[in-house]
Write a protein that binds this ligand. Structure first.
Ligand code: PLP
Length: 368
């Protein structure tokens, strides 16, 4: 076992608890196809997230691909390049054209003041990202979408368990997708879900995730396969019991990071937004080389020397991926480019030791 401190560590429930949860599967031999665990997890999530409709998916990426497909979108989608590969890939894999909008300097979410300039007669939707668990300006985005008759589908992969103005974060826009990947704040090994407003979309989503099969003799749509299996759902059920406790532990670590790093000139640390109950999934810092002395890559190397493995989330911008060769533009996203080359996400997970946080902060402080 290496002693490396990674940026995240998958949360697991007590071993015996998971074994108890999956025991009944050995009686039923029902491993997938919307079994008992799937049903229970779906209904628990609906209640927990405070939303009216939830559809479980095999992972967050398929959740996004399927919901984009369910809305039968054509044309251009306004989104940001400061995100995980999945967001842009899901748009492109649906035959849609991503139109990149710049982000805000303070919370790194899409800059709503720059959206309208990008709207053309081909624009069909906006796909903003609640990046690092920072909630987008949902009010302004909603206004713009209403005015121009656009769908809004949030990539809410980072925000499981969050609320804004006492509303579960899955309630904004026409739909939101969540990821329950092992590296996220809450996991079902792999997994994800879509929260959505329109019940008709639910039928389409179900068809897309299950070959369009309604019963033995009726196949009503050309669906794919994106079902969550019983072992995933069982892990989700177990981990859900520990989510509040885990978020509380993360919060303590973040407070500690903030305290120790806040007064270092040239380092700006992540801070809570107003009216948001956060999940403390990520702890990004932005490094200003002119003031701090070292650039982001140098801080990265420095920490790696001490077996601390931060991540350059999100670098490069998705518009700069080799896969896209600049095909969809994005050169004008100056703030995104600046943040992407100066941001570093530091290790955070519930049982990260406070001494490790102190060691990381000391290393960053003493280098100054
Ligand atoms: C993790 C993630 C996804 C994809 O989720 P998976 O469950 O890994 O498929 C999508 N968007 C963002 C922003 C993510 O971080």
């Amino acid at each position: 076992m290496s002693n490396k401190v990674l940026v995240t560590k998958a949360t697991l429930p007590p071993f015996e608890e998971y074994i108890d949860e999956i025991r009944s599967i050995w009686d039923s031999h029902w491993l997938t196809n919307m079994g008992v665990k799937h049903k229970e997890f779906q209904s628990k999530l609906k209640e927990f997230m405070g939303v009216s409709n939830v559809e479980l998916m095999v992972n967050g990426h398929m959740a996004l691909e399927m919901i984009l497909q369910a809305f039968d979108l054509k044309g251009e989608v306004i989104t940001t390049p400061f995100t995980f590969a999945s967001t842009t890939h899901a748009i492109v894999r649906n035959g849609l054209t991503p139109v990149f909008c710049d982000i805000r300097e303070d919370d790194h979410t899409i800059n709503p003041d720059k959206i309208e300039d990008l709207i053309t007669d081909k624009t069909c939707a906006i796909v903003p990202v609640h990046v690092y668990g920072n909630i987008c300006d949902v009010e302004k985005i909603n206004e713009i979408a209403q005015k121009h008759n656009l769908k809004v589908i949030y990539d809410a992969a980072h925000t499981f368990g969050e609320s804004y103005k006492d509303m579960g974060v899955g309630n904004f826009g026409d739909a939101s997708i969540f990821s329950f990947h092992a590296t996220k704040v809450f996991n079902s090994i792999e997994g994800g879900c879509v929260c959505f407003k329109d019940e008709n979309i639910g039928r389409r989503l179900y068809n897309l995730k299950n070959f369009g099969i309604r019963n033995e003799e009726t196949v009503e749509a050309v669906g794919a396969n994106a079902k969550m299996n019983e072992f995933q759902a069982a892990m989700g059920l177990c981990n859900l019991r520990y989510l509040d406790e885990n978020i509380e532990k993360r919060k303590k670590l973040v407070k500690h990071y903030q305290e120790l790093l806040d007064d270092i000139e040239g380092i700006s640390v992540w801070h809570e937004q107003n009216n948001v109950v956060h999940n403390y999934a990520y702890f990004p810092i932005v490094i200003n080389k002119e003031i701090y002395g070292l650039d982001r890559d140098e801080v990265f190397e420095l920490l790696m020397k001490y077996d601390i493995c931060p991540r350059k989330y999100f670098y490069p911008l998705t518009c700069d991926f080799d896969a896209y060769k600049g095909e969809f533009g994005g050169a004008h996203c100056e703030v995104a480019r600046k943040i992407s080359s100066s941001v570093l996400t530091l290790p955070i997970y519930p049982d990260l030791e406070i001494e490790t946080v102190e060691k990381i902060c000391k290393t960053i402080k003493e280098q100054k």
